[in-house]
Design a binder for this molecule. Sequence first.
Ligand code: ATP
Ligand code: ATP
Ligand code: MG
Ligand code: MG
Ligand code: MG
Ligand code: MG
Length: 253
Amino acid sequence: MACSRYEYVKSYELDDRILPNVWIVIRIDGKKFHKFSNAHKFEKPNDENALNVMNAAGIAVMQEFRDIVLAYGQSDEYSFVFRKDTTAFKRRASKLLTYVTSLFSTSYVMNWPKWMDRQLVYAPCFDGRTVLYPSDANLRDYLSWRQADVHVNNLYNTAFWKLVLESGLTNQQAEERLRGTLSADKNELLFQEFGINYNNLPAMYRKGTILLRKRVVQSANDDQEKGSQAIVPIHDDLIREPFWREHTEILGK
Ligand code: ATP
Ligand code: ATP
Ligand code: MG
Ligand code: MG
Ligand code: MG
Ligand code: MG
């Protein structure tokens, strides 16, 4: 390519390659989704279809970036975990982050009409951050942190919206009622006042959504494509040991 006298400006771009041999986590989060969810009349505390839109966008990202070994979504956020040895985009941090964030956003919009019966009234957007974790234990603690977050929020929100929607409390009264309560108190309140066993609520609301790659066993008469991969959503507890014993492929051991 011919050079122009302007080309030196290219040298101002800094090398932002991520150091080798670390877990790369990219987390996106919806901008002001408290407002977005009101503007689009999400059911409270959990709009199932809105979560399905998030999951569809998460799957689209995982389909495009084959080095993502696991994704985890809850509320308006999604985390994507890249293999430690990925060479995608030469591990350039800003390329990875911006591709994932923009593909997630556009996929969210593309999938919206498949799940929602209302039109988008404005364009949603997502922030993104990259976090590096050197050890498997750090990565597991990261994912546990996000799953503990959905538990705490969902228990609170479930109790809050029951008090508002069914007991007729104002938002402020519900907030006062729940102030200082422990998990056990909220479980008890749900059970005593509303006959709800929290643990029987849909697992997607309580645990979030884990996306994993799994081999699909093809039927015997289908010799076209054997052992193709599928991205499978599950809603299990990833904090405890059994999850990691069942899905040994994630950490590669
Ligand atoms: P920020 O821009 O700082 O992220 P935010 O309003 O998006 O602000 P978050 O902490 O990300 O704040 O919270 C997301 C909010 O979006 C939740 O508190 C909830 O009100 C709403 N929300 C997201 N997903 C759903 C859903 N599926 N059903 C109902 N409400 C949802
Ligand atoms: P990369 O992912 O590396 O950016 P790329 O194919 O997008 O790959 P670019 O150097 O960004 O490579 O070039 C963009 C290409 O998109 C152009 O070469 C051209 O072929 C096409 N393109 C973009 N805008 C237009 C347009 N308005 N009309 C016709 N072609 C376009
Ligand atoms: Mg935020
Ligand atoms: Mg948000
Ligand atoms: Mg959020
Ligand atoms: Mg281009």
